[in-house]
Ligand binder design. Sequence first.
Ligand SMILES: Nc1ncnc2c1ncn2[C@@H]1O[C@H](COP(=O)(O)OP(=O)(O)OP(=O)(O)O)[C@@H](O)[C@H]1O
Length: 658
Amino acid sequence: MPSDMTTFKGKPFDRASLESVMKRRLFYTPAFDIYGGVSGLYDYGPPGTALTNNIVDVWRKHFVLRENMLEIDTTMLTPHEVLKTSGHVDKFADWMCKDPKTGEIFRADHLVEEVLEARLKGNKEARGEKVEAEEEDPKKKKKKVKNIAAVKMDDALVTEYEEVLAKIDNYNGEELGLLLKKYDIKNPATNGELQPPVAFNLMFQTSIGPSSNMPGYLRPETAQGQFLNFAKLLEFNQQQMPFASASIGKSFRNEISPRSGLLRVREFLMAEIEHFVDPEGGKKHPRFEEVADVELELLDREVQLSGKTNVKTTKIGEAVKTGLVDNETLGYFLARIQQFLLKIGADPKKIRFRQHMANEMAHYAADCWDAELLTSYGWIECVGCADRSAYDLTVHMKKTGAPLVVREPRKEPLKVEEWVCDIEKKKFGPKFKKDGKTVENAIEALTQDLREKLSLDLEKEGKIVIDVPGVGDGKVEVPKELITIEKRTRVENVREYTPNVIEPSFGIGRIVYALCEHIYWTREQDEARGVLSFPPTVAPTKALIVPLSSHSDFKPFVRTLSDKLQEAGVSTRVDDSGASIGKRYSRNDELGTPLGITIDFQSVKDNTFTLRDRDSTEQVRAGLDEITTAITNLVNGKEQWSDVATRLPKFEGQEVDA
Ligand SMILES: Nc1ncnc2c1ncn2[C@@H]1O[C@H](COP(=O)(O)OP(=O)(O)OP(=O)(O)O)[C@@H](O)[C@H]1O
């Protein structure tokens, strides 16, 4: 566990305690549990579902609503051809290596990472330095990496290991194979030899329809559905650029070794934005000025390549100006991502943005940064933000011929001088017969430079010779009777271009889990009393209604309060069990319920209630309308507890929490 893992209340974070709360209170649970479960598949219980929905709701308001994005909902089943064209069939893979004796399979980069980290820890132990507790597999009560003795290493090797770890995402399969060999990494459980890494495609394959002749996949991201609808969305947006589409939905990846609970699973909720922008003019963003002063913790590529992990606090305006972040639109989204994470309650000290290294980035990407959240599992990528250039629209257009382009009238007509090839169609057919179309296409595809050169050949030699693969010996002679090549001037009134795409891509499950780590703590007086301090906007339930006892006099008040709050869209729960009020509140602290209303005999007399704040346990007392207004204001983010506590009379009676 990273040594800087303290809760926002400054206490050491206790993962086992949080996991016990999440399990007991049914935030999430292994899917198909009574059948033994399937690794990497989880179901969300009531609080987990409500929390996820509330986070998605904030996401929608923060991005879709605030920026007029076009939200769409596209299919998860995707035909082979689409994902072949996008490159996923050939390239969407991780490296795995197999132990041929036991049949166990490891994800190569994770194995290298775990073994080197364990050896570094062993070195610290051998030197008598303080080490953090080893992570255990809670089911098997087994250390994650066995057979790593506490052995002293020399300083040069320690530095080498640290450098490898700092750029672990940058290695390809061959390089990982070399690292396994160089550092003598074997099956940690048996010490058995491993086979060299091979690529394993992460997509789940299926076939669409009864005839099995249309292979398909469950989508690994929502992005492709958005690209394929680009032309229709542009039309819907009345041809206005720039614009963004957005989509929220499940994606599927057949992870080699799912681990760390919700952090690496095989089915997860994604929220993705595809912002389409004109590549000319530096990819400016009209609202960049609004965020230019937002400070981000940036971990750039160069620092990682030097084996370090130091972040630099930088204003995003500055980072774009110096070229560290490639352009305004990418920078705009990095700042907006941070604002979103803060809005839902992430700890500002546990957010950083890490730039991708060259090998890690898709070959077409111009720049890419991950928003990482610090958890007890280390820094975890929760949002990827990539400039995908014009890659996706270009490949789909090439494959289908669909015009995935923007056409806009030019302010000033543009004069274009170009070399034009005209062919004598009547003579072309009889001369080339069945190859006519292929030769014609080859001429069409000639570059301007080549056309210029060929025009001289035509003049000098009365013919040209061009490459036409698949026809004769691949060289075709075209005599001057069949072709003319001339320089002409064309006036262009319309500009046509393929937009570039900036893509912020959010993994909601990872955000949910990391957020829970950030806001979990235990009360001073009783370590066993866990509290999840969700901001009221994202808390699964907003208010707990607690009658002092099950006395029938309290029932109409419970009803009135529930009705009034529910009608205002505030989710409530009633706890009229026989437990003490303190106990009932602490049960709901674990669920992250921010507000509690107590109904007591005074309420029956004068229709006043106490309202309790989860984090401070302070209470105020007021009438029905004032209490419900305060709750709706807190839930909608219009007021903070400090405002309410100043405005309404403090309750000085018995501390219900005592
Ligand atoms: N297996 C997974 N389980 C849960 N969330 C995931 C998983 N894979 C990706 N995500 C989420 O989707 C987001 C966008 O996906 P992206 O393709 O950028 O991830 P990635 O780079 O493949 O992640 P990683 O390197 O951790 O496998 C990630 O930032 C993450 O939040």
